[in-house]
Write a protein that binds this ligand. Structure first.
Ligand SMILES: Cc1cc2nc3c(=O)[nH]c(=O)nc-3n(C[C@H](O)[C@H](O)[C@H](O)COP(=O)(O)O)c2cc1C
Length: 214
């Protein structure tokens, strides 16, 4: 938890609830927070902590396949308890996290199961980090936020800027703990895992503008 002091004066509060397995959402959240602060918000970020530690990378092809299978069926990843006041006092709630097998990640699903009622009457902005496929993830979040009588905003989505099939292969290898850049053929097609610096800089500017509009 960051920025936990009460020195926000009259600034509006945005609480960013997020989960990040391989650091991509965490990077988005960092730049999003910076932009929102520049735009006049006070930002608190709350990272969802799985009860059983999830270590990235998985260092196993079979563990990666099993994880993908479980997340396809929306199996929850239980999380540690949150201090509800961070949601209760927020003027804007951001729910950020990766897409896992077309769905929100297991810890975000667990968060929705337990804390959905706290989104009632709140503006909620979904932020999605994914390789490419985010629409089912967003639809699920929107359905839940609507059920809670929150106001679901249009999502901010960041994909990986790598062509297919290299993006799928490279992402799978990275999660399984096999560095694609260590294989000469992949190195040519898969220069990096995750979001670019340009995307992160753009997000900061976009967040500053968004803060002014809200
Ligand atoms: C188990 C698992 C399943 C995934 N499934 C998808 C998917 O269905 N669609 C997609 O675009 N990306 C998928 N990804 C890729 C992640 O969404 C992407 O790498 C994201 O940037 C990771 O964010 P994070 O570092 O915050 O965890 C998956 C990743 C994992 C670990």
């Amino acid at each position: 938890m960051k920025n936990m002091n009460n020195n926000r004066g009259k600034k509006r509060l945005v609480t960013i609830v997020y989960f990040s397995f391989s650091t991509q959402t965490a990077k988005l959240v960092h730049h999003l927070g910076k932009g929102l602060e520049k735009g006049g918000f006070h930002v608190e970020s709350v990272k969802l902590q799985p009860i059983e530690k999830l270590s990235f990378p998985l260092n196993s092809i079979s563990k990666t396949l099993i994880m993908m299978m479980k997340t396809f069926f929306r199996i929850r990843v239980p999380i540690k308890q949150l201090d509800e006041s961070h949601l209760e006092k927020a003027d804007l709630v951001i729910i950020a996290g990766p897409t896992w097998s077309y769905n929100p990640s297991g810890p975000v699903l667990a968060f929705l199961d337990r804390y959905l009622h706290l989104l009632k009457g709140k503006k909620v902005l979904p932020v999605i980090s994914c390789r490419k496929y985010w629409k089912t993830h967003y639809k699920y979040l929107k359905k839940k936020i609507d059920m809670a009588k929150g106001q679901c905003m249009a999502p901010i989505v960041f994909t990986h800027k790598i062509k297919e099939p290299w993006s799928t292969i490279g992402t799978f290898m990275t999660i399984a703990g096999i560095n694609p850049r260590h294989h000469s053929f992949m190195r040519k097609h898969y220069p990096r895992y995750g979001h670019t610096k340009k995307q992160l800089t753009e997000l900061e500017a976009r967040a500053k503008e968004l803060a002014k509009q809200l």
